[in-house]
Design a binder for this molecule. Structure first.
Ligand SMILES: *[C@@H]1O[C@H](CO)[C@@H](O)[C@H](O)[C@H]1NC(C)=O
Ligand SMILES: [Fe+2]
Length: 591
């Protein structure tokens, strides 16, 4: 009976049942009640026996084990696989059309030929936006490349802190002064110098394809205030250092080398930082909180379908000859161990240290005092309204269920969750039963979970790949010819994927896309919009959901209306970026 109830509570069929049928057994969510706690403890103990831990699927911390744990995974696989099957139809149909249209590609002999890949093709798989406007025409501009660091992968770049950081590598100061009017040391001391470091990738096992392991400088221009690229070092063989003073072809090739590394990093940062982290937190919650607990209820909502994706990753991404081997410069096995490293080191795995604003502050991207502010930060601009709205909702939820701060420490299930997360669930940098002592801290934590499963994930994955982050020719996963060890490149296209590889690459990025969810109740607008869950919550939570939906709908309109200004820019970038439209991006992790 108990097990049956727990399973039923976890699957969508209950949520779909008319509320009237459920009235009789409708139990309102509540935090601990000393009298009921004994009963709740019996339920929790029974649940712990059947929801245990097994090895991390595809690396990382433990994944669900036991009869109930496996049932959760199977239920989520059905959700994930059904969405994937629907998308495969869309993507395959686009793929056939693109293959029939191959002749127009001219064998992809020149960079301009690559733009033809998307011309009239892949429109269903990348709907509703298609490839971001400007992406295929403006990619050779330096501002385009630098602003990618602040939009399509916002996880890599950081400001070098004057007086604290030293220079990771030297660049000829005659060149630096020619480009920026200042020396490298002066740029650092003025807080204008930024750094993105993928040099650690050099340690990883290569695939049959080619990749460098670039690190790079960016700077805020003293003249224009723009955020621009300064130098790229390859950390490969002769370890070339490229700058905008090199020939156009050499510099473009260097930027593509960096982008291939950056895409690899972004994907496994997301795999570990969104999937590993949120799953580990959720598993700890399942094992410590009653099915009647409002915090477990909101986590269940956010983690809709989420256990379905790692089994898929193990099947199609990481094996020999899998998608990573085919399209990246590093192997699938390297991708798995790199994900585990990013998790365990806390780089992507740390919870509190990666709270939305904490992370951006730590990297000197917001609220920095020792240097000029970024004039444009598209990721922050688009993520902040979503984070604020999630925070407002979680404030209503927590305040509705906890009368004051003292009620937090007095909730034994919440405290058990902290201990479990810091213990066998192997969550990194989670609050402890000592530090989780105010409502504000619980609000921060729950807001972060909502952020991790939505904004933090979709900015680099889901629809982002085929529309922005993995668009050819500028953002391939690898290079397909041995990399030059001297400067003097003349034909950048020869390093890029050939026709068949390119079509396969776009098809595979299209599999991650979810155009069928746009405008449906699966988008961020509907993140909390679960009638049965809301009925079981305090009424204030239902009102908070209505407010959230209104805010997100208005935000979606603002993003949808985005276009180039009179300078050919949007958010200070030479492309129009709509990835974080809350009525297009999903509210959970089924990709
Ligand atoms: C970027 O591309 C679009 C069209 O593709 C163009 O209208 C716009 O002016 C370009 N922006 C810049 C800065 O070149
Ligand atoms: Fe994902």
């Amino acid at each position: 009976m108990k097990l049956g109830y727990l399973l039923a509570a976890s699957i969508a069929s209950v949520a779909a049942a008319p509320v009237s049928q459920l009235d009789k057994r409708l139990v309102f969510y509540s935090v601990s009640n000393p009298l009921l706690q004994v009963v709740r403890n019996v339920d929790i103990a029974a649940k712990r026996l059947v929801f245990s831990y097994g090895p991390g699927t595809g690396g990382g911390p433990p994944s669900p084990g036991g009869v109930l744990g496996s049932a959760y995974v199977e239920t989520d696989k059905l959700i994930t696989n059904a969405e994937l099957a629907a998308q495969t139809l869309v993507d395959s149909s686009d793929s056939s059309a693109a293959k029939d249209d191959k002749d127009k590609l001219n064998g992809l002999q020149t960079l301009d030929d690559y733009a033809k890949l998307y011309d009239g093709n892949w429109e269903s798989a990348s709907a509703p936006t298609g490839v971001s406007p400007g992406l295929l025409t403006n990619y050779t501009q330096d501002l385009f490349f630098s602003m990618q660091r602040l939009s399509i992968n916002p996880y890599a770049v950081r400001r070098l802190i004057p007086g604290e950081d030293s220079l990771p590598f030297a660049v000829d100061d005659t060149i630096v002064e020619g480009l920026t009017g200042k020396t490298l040391a002066t740029l650092l001391s003025e807080g204008r110098l930024f750094y993105a470091d993928h040099s650690g990738l050099a340690e990883l096992e290569h695939s049959v394809n080619y990749a460098a392991a670039c690190d790079a400088y960016f700077y805020i221009s003293p003249a224009s205030g723009e955020f621009l690229p300064l130098a790229i070092r390859t950390n490969y063989h002769s370890n070339l250092i490229y700058t905008p003073a090199d020939s156009a072809d050499d510099w473009l090739l260097a930027k593509i080398l960096f982008n291939a590394d950056d895409l690899f990093m972004a994907q496994f940062f997301h795999f570990s930082g969104s999937h590993f982290v949120s799953e580990a937190i959720y598993q700890a919650a399942i094992r410590t909180m009653s099915e009647e607990h409002p915090v477990l209820a909101i986590l269940r909502r956010l983690m809709y379908g989420a256990f379905g994706i790692r089994p898929l990753a193990v099947q199609v991404l990481f094996p020999e000859g899998g998608l990573i081997d085919r399209h990246f410069g590093y192997s699938g096995r390297a991708a798995e161990s790199y994900s585990t490293y990013l998790y365990q080191s806390g780089i992507s795995g740390a919870v509190q240290n990666n709270y939305f604003k904490t992370n951006l502050k730590r990297r000197g991207l917001i609220d920095f005092v020792g240097g000029p502010a970024l004039t444009h930060f598209p990721f922050y601009e688009d993520a902040l309204p979503l984070w604020n709205a999630m925070n407002t909702f979680m404030t209503a939820l927590v305040n509705a269920h906890y009368a004051n701060d003292a009620a937090i420490a007095a909730d034994p299930e919440l405290m058990a969750w902290m201990n479990e997360a810091n213990g066998p669930a192997e969550v990194v940098d989670f609050p402890t039963s000592t530090t989780m002592n105010t409502r504000a801290k619980l609000i921060d934590l729950l807001t972060h979970m909502a952020h991790l499963v939505s904004t933090a994930h979709h900015v680099v994955n889901t629809n982002a790949l085929i529309t922005a982050g993995a668009v050819l020719p500028f953002n391939p996963g690898a290079l397909f010819k041995p990399l030059p060890t001297t400067k003097g490149a003349t034909d950048v296209a020869q390093y890029l994927p050939d026709v068949d590889k390119s079509l396969a690459y776009i098809f595979n990025t299209g599999l991650f896309s979810r155009p069928l969810l746009a405008g449906t109740d699966r988008t961020i607008v509907h993140m909390f919009d679960d009638p049965l869950m809301l009925l079981r919550m305090k009424p204030a939570v239902g009102a908070a959901n209505t407010a959230f939906k209104n805010t997100m709908t208005a935000r979606s309109t603002a993003v949808k209306n985005r276009a180039f200004d009179s300078n050919g820019l949007s958010q200070g970038m030479p492309f129009v970026w709509k990835t974080l439209d809350p009525d297009v991006a999903p509210w959970s992790l089924t990709v």
